[in-house]
Design a protein around this ligand. Structure first.
Ligand code: HEM
Length: 343
């Protein structure tokens, strides 16, 4: 039976050996938005061009747009839950928002493929964008992050993954899409390694070597795994994380790039609140005594189908459709015609 639902980008692909994360801003000079709009229709072809040369290397790219970029490039309607990254916390423990219009999450089993695709993508974008952050991540031993713990264990698996990450009927014009939050964390590794393994395990909530979850009788309510376990209406809500280690030992830079996908930004925002402010307030994530978020961004990831159609979209379409109050009614893409604007 044919399935007409829009195809998601490679959000749910398994974790790879290598990744490049690129965050870029779009030039506000005349004509540059047109370059980016037209590029969005080339993304799939670029991935094919590079990936076909190494068919077993699992090259993929997920491309997302920030809230301001969406308005600039594509206008209304806007994905229902797309908004700028919301800062939480205060003082030294703060999830900061940093500039970012486009996110590229490029993955493969070999870094050369990630590198080639990133180069091709940026080459096409030219001076229409400025790269404000670029991180080359690697798989650290048995899927460990930079603090030495296995990362990703409690990710959703199999058929449940799409249910947690891919937009469905709740926002039909954007079905097949997803939301992604990224944060680049730098660790004070000397201080972290000054802790005993037992102290680190209480902070994460799992055993370091075996990755087994600590028993509830000893796991603190402020452990990372406790604070990031959340429920809605009695049901656990999961997100999909593809974190990667990165760093430059010579510069004493040791980091974990956090990337979390979800069907709405809400669960990730709730987890951030629990980590940075605490649940209850004050009962915060002690991992943050050793880790500092230096970037923060929220992006909408269109489906493959929508990404392909976006170049035809006119952000300045006249607001002349009486059926869609407050929206730019005259959209250029059939599937979105007349869809009400979401805030
Ligand atoms: C310094 C950055 C971070 C590091 C080093 C880190 C590390 C870890 C580790 C080692 C685990 C346990 C294994 C696993 O289930 O994956 C974990 C679990 C988890 N983390 Fe993080 N994490 C970081 C940031 C975040 C952020 C910012 C979020 C969400 C906003 C988050 C959400 C989660 C979730 C949902 C789990 C699974 C909890 C469970 O069900 O037990 N993490 N993280």
């Amino acid at each position: 039976m044919p399935d007409n639902s829009p195809e998601p980008q490679a959000v749910c692909n398994p974790i790879s050996r290598s990744a490049i994360f690129i965050v870029a801003t779009i030039s506000r000079h005349a004509g540059k938005a047109d370059v980016v709009r037209s590029w969005s229709g080339d993304v799939a072809a670029l991935v094919r061009a590079v990936g076909t040369r190494a068919p077993t290397a699992n090259l993929s790219c997920v491309c997302g747009f920030g809230a301001d970029a969406w308005d600039l490039l594509f206008g209304a309607p806007r994905p229902a839950s797309l908004h700028p990254f919301r800062e939480v916390g205060s003082g030294d423990r703060r999830a900061i928002a940093t500039p970012g219009d486009i996110l590229l999450h490029i993955r493969a089993d070999h870094m050369d493929l990630c590198f080639e695709l990133a180069s091709q993508m940026l080459n096409k974008l030219g001076d229409a964008v400025t790269v404000v952050d670029e991180v080359h991540g690697f798989r650290y031993f048995d899927l460990r992050d930079m603090v030495g713990f296995v990362d990703g264990t409690e990710n959703p698996t199999g058929k449940h993954t799409a249910g947690y990450t891919i937009i469905g009927e709740e926002d039909q014009a954007f079905a097949g899409g997803s939301y992604v939050i990224v944060q680049k964390y730098l660790h004070d590794l000397d201080a972290w390694n000054g802790l005993t393994v037992e102290q680190q395990e209480l902070i994460i909530g799992r055993e370091k070597l075996s990755d087994v979850e600590l028993d509830d009788s000893i796991k603190p309510s402020c452990s990372h795994s406790s604070l990031t376990t959340i429920e809605e209406n009695g049901q656990e809500v999961k997100i999909l994380r593809h974190n990667m280690a990165f760093g430059r030992p010579g510069a004493k830079e040791f980091g974990t790039y956090f990337i979390g996908y979800a069907r709405t930004p809400k669960p990730i925002e709730q987890m951030l609140e629990n980590m940075f402010v605490g649940r209850p307030p004050g009962n915060y994530d002690r991992l943050l005594d050793y880790s500092r978020a230096v970037t923060g961004g929220l992006f909408f990831v269109p489906s493959v189908d929508l990404l392909d159609e976006l170049p035809d979209r006119n952000p300045d379409a006249a607001n002349d459709d009486p059926q869609t109050p407050g929206s730019s009614g005259a959209l250029n893409i059939g599937s979105l015609k007349g869809t009400p604007r979401h805030e």
